[in-house]
Structure formats: structure tokens, C-alpha cells
Design a binder for this molecule. Structure first.
Ligand SMILES: C[S@@+](CC[C@H](N)C(=O)[O-])C[C@H]1O[C@@H](n2cnc3c(N)ncnc32)[C@H](O)[C@@H]1O
Length: 256
């Protein structure tokens, strides 16, 4: 087996994913499982297959980036977003909202539905991800039943159409409000002046140094008093050291 360090370089060159910023143990375990599942025998076998088989390359990229997401994921957090965060930022002048690591778009569409319900106008609803396949799915807006489980039935009726195959299509009126862009949180510059940034279930996969660097960049991208929302496994240890104050479960506010 070529060693893992060499594999990381190959993956960076071939897929543009910088695994040095991700937790080694976790990623290595996932990659080993993949090598076993497809009987590739070694990292060399994996690299050869990535070179030869475009479909395998695409599947492996999806697997590495872990696209799992669903609408209104974590109701405890969405209740506070609906009851406190969106009303507060909507009192400001047309808020700018960014879902970073947006995957298939379920998170930003959930926010867009809530903004719509509150009749609140935004000046930007941005959703970014490293993975272009996930972004294509987001733009297509077609969801499996397990991806809409958390959606309140009244929104399901109002904003989705059920297909004959039992999938759910998000309404065009919601879809057209969101701007999707490919963006690598590790390499690309961050846009600024956001009232709300959500980066949930993304940086658990990164090393703690990388997490710190990313949180610092997100805080720079927030307006004063802007909100930053993380996933349930990503609570920030010392929020004050980043200029943040914890306001609720998973929810932080920029103090300056
Ligand atoms: C588990 S999904 C989270 C989706 C959504 N935020 C949620 O909580 O339901 C993680 C997403 O992070 C993206 N991701 C991983 N590394 C990234 C990076 N370096 N830059 C941008 N997105 C990244 C993956 O492609 C994946 O779509």
C-alpha cells in the first residue's frame, strides 16, 4: 500500500480535496472501508480506478464529502431560527444569509421558506459547497421522502409537489430566490457582510486547527451582531475568544 500521505496528495491533485485539513483517523477509516467495499486492494488500486473510471471518481467524491442533509434538520435549532434569529435580522435592512457547506440545498431552502412565511425580504440567500454534484442536486430541487421528514406538513403542502414516484419537488418560487455557488471553505475567499451564516455538520470533519481558522474567517464575514449557527456536534468551546456570544443551542452572535 502506498502510504496515506501520498494518497492525500493524489486525492488533492485529482479531486481538488485537501485532506490534510480533515481529521486523519476518520477519513482514513472511511477510505479504507471504500477500498474494501470495491475490492481495490490498496490505495494504489484506488488511485488507478479514480484515473480510469469517471463514475467511480464521482461516487468517491460524494462519499468523501458526506452530503447527508434534510429539511428543517434539528427542529430545536430551527425553532430558534424562526422565532428569534430571522425576526431580528429581518428588522435590519434586507439581510444577507449564507449557508456554507449547503450540500443538496435542504438547509437554505428551509430558511427561504421561513423568510417567505414571515414576508421578510432578503438581499442575498447564498448557498455554497465544495461538491458540484451536491450543488446540481440542490438546483434540481428534487428530494427523497427521507430528506423532507422534518418539514412541517403545512409547508410540505404549500411549497412542494409530490411526484408519481413519491419524491418531492421544491417550488420554483423558493428555488429562484437562492444563489448557488461552488466554494471551498479551505481555499477560497469568503464573502463579507452577512447577517446570518449557517455552517452545520461541515467542520466536524476538520482538524481542530482548521476549525479555528474557519470560525475566525466566518466571524470576519459577519456584520456586527450577525448570527453564526453550527451543527449539534460542533459547539464552540470558547466563543468569546472569537468575538462571539452563545445565544442558544448551536447559535452564536457576533459581539462587536
Ligand atoms: C453533512 S453535509 C451538511 C449539509 C448541511 N449543512 C446540513 O447540516 O444539513 C456536509 C457538506 O460539507 C461539504 N464540504 C466538505 N468539505 C468542504 C469544503 N472544504 N468546502 C465546502 N464544503 C465542504 C460537503 O460537500 C457536504 O455537502
Amino acid at each position: 500500500m502506498v502510504d496515506y500521505e501520498k494518497l492525500k496528495q493524489d486525492i488533492n491533485r485529482k479531486l481538488g480535496i485537501d485532506l490534510t485539513a480533515y481529521k486523519d483517523q476518520q477519513m482514513r477509516r472511511r477510505i479504507n472501508q471504500w477500498v474494501e467495499r470495491y475490492e481495490l486492494k490498496s490505495y494504489n488500486g484506488l488511485v488507478d480506478t479514480l484515473d480510469k473510471d469517471l463514475e467511480h471518481r464521482e461516487k468517491f467524491t460524494n462519499y468523501l464529502t458526506i452530503n447527508t442533509s434534510n429539511f428543517f434538520r434539528d427542529t430545536k435549532v430551527f425553532d430558534v431560527i424562526e422565532g428569534k434569529v430571522l425576526p431580528e435580522i429581518s428588522q435590519r435592512n434586507r439581510p444577507r444569509i449564507w449557508s456554507a457547506g449547503a450540500s443538496i440545498g435542504a438547509e437554505i431552502y428551509s430558511i427561504t421558506i421561513l423568510m417567505n412565511e414571515a414576508r421578510a425580504a432578503s438581499s442575498l440567500l447564498l448557498a455554497t459547497d465544495l461538491d458540484e454534484t451536491a450543488l446540481e442536486k440542490a438546483k434540481a430541487g428534487v428530494y427523497l421522502p427521507n430528506q423532507i421528514v422534518g418539514t412541517p406538513p403545512k409547508y410540505l403542502d404549500k411549497y412542494f409537489t409530490k411526484t408519481s414516484k413519491g419524491n418531492y419537488i421544491i417550488d420554483e418560487s423558493i428555488k429562484k430566490q437562492v444563489v448557488f455557488k461552488q466554494h471551498d471553505l479551505l481555499r477560497d475567499a469568503y464573502e463579507r457582510n452577512f447577517d446570518l451564516i449557517l455552517c452545520r455538520n461541515v467542520f466536524i470533519y476538520f482538524t481542530s486547527e482548521t476549525q479555528k481558522r474557519l470560525i475566525t474567517s466566518f466571524v470576519q464575514s459577519l456584520k456586527p451582531s450577525g448570527f453564526f449557527i453550527v451543527g449539534s456536534a460542533e459547539q464552540i468551546m470558547d466563543p468569546a475568544s472569537y468575538g462571539l456570544q452563545r445565544v442558544s443551542y448551536c447559535i452564536y452572535k457576533k459581539t462587536v
